[in-house]
Ligand binder design. Structure first.
Ligand SMILES: Nc1ncnc2c1ncn2[C@@H]1O[C@H](COP(=O)(O)OP(=O)(O)OP(=O)(O)O)[C@@H](O)[C@H]1O
Length: 258
């Protein structure tokens, strides 16, 4: 039976009297890949910052595994986040970046714990295909490699939910495609619940179990990619989601010989 991982109810956010979220409610299933899709300024990042605990909502609740976490600090939520700009420590090597958070947590423990942290970091670095770059600083890596370091650094904390805030927007097309596969592989292997913010329709349709479409502080539709295509909630969904995909299909069809 499906289990609800996150329950979001009537989420509201106001910045200086301006509404950025208006009564947004949705569930995220355990192990699900949910994309939040919408144009710039519709409230995607605001939702993510509230879910992870960096921002306190002006109204509504967030429940994880049946426990109200609305007022719990980010560190106590067991969630990880991967940012658009990687947010790596520039003065640290790949290994130091990946180890950092877990090392801090276990700082006062025995050498044995430190050894365990090292082993876990090495295993993740290998899994993310970064072994040859282990002693390099972020500036010496490509954008895709830096994003893989950022993902390894998140995974070392064993989060049961990982949020991605437009993680591919600075990357070229080929790197995006390989990182998409990598993220889906991690999801399958670790059974992690993933919430993925994007304004790229194709990315959302290629990766998601369900897509949540937003417009101007409101949730417009949340459903599987198939159902959004076959049954868009309104003209906005049809235009924003589908016409953009159609434009891509049309441009590809030019290359098809009939
Ligand atoms: N700290 C803030 N102070 C004031 N207004 C803010 C703040 N953060 C966001 N907003 C406003 O709230 C609305 C939603 O912003 P948000 O960043 O959540 O949108 P978004 O969908 O993530 O956009 P983008 O795709 O451009 O990142 C926007 O109108 C934005 O200008």
């Amino acid at each position: 039976m499906e289990k609800i991982k996150l329950k979001v109810r009537d989420l509201e956010m106001e910045y200086d009297g301006k509404r950025a979220l208006d009564k947004v409610s949705f569930n995220v299933q355990d192990g699900e890949f949910l994309s939040i899709l919408g144009p710039s300024g519709c409230g995607k990042t605001t939702i993510l910052r509230i879910l992870i605990g960096l921002l306190k909502p002006t109204g509504g609740t967030v429940t994880k595994d049946g426990i109200d976490i609305t007022d719990i600090s980010p560190a106590g939520r067991g969630m990880g986040i991967v940012f658009q700009n990687y947010a790596l420590f520039e003065n640290m090597t790949v290994l130091e970046n990946v180890e950092y958070a877990l090392k801090i947590r276990k700082e006062n423990k025995a050498n044995e714990a430190r050894q365990a942290v090292r082993e876990k970091a090495l295993a993740l670095i290998q899994q993310m295909d970064l072994t040859e770059h282990i002693d390099k600083k972020p500036a010496m890596l490509s954008g895709g490699q830096q994003q893989r370091v950022a993902i390894a650094r998140t995974l070392i904390m064993n989060p049961d939910i990982i949020m991605f805030d437009e993680p591919m927007s600075a990357l070229d097309v080929a790197t995006r495609l390989s990182l998409r596969k990598e993220i889906k592989r991690i999801q399958a292997e670790f059974k992690t619940t993933m919430i993925y913010i994007t304004h790229d329709q194709e990315e959302a349709f290629a990766m998601s179990d369900r897509i949540m479409v937003m417009k101007e502080a409101h949730l417009v539709q949340i459903d599987t990619p198939q159902n959004i295509i076959s049954n868009p909630a309104n003209d906005y969904v049809k235009d924003f989601v589908l016409s953009n995909l159609q434009a891509k299909i049309d441009s590809l069809l030019k290359y098809v010989k009939v």
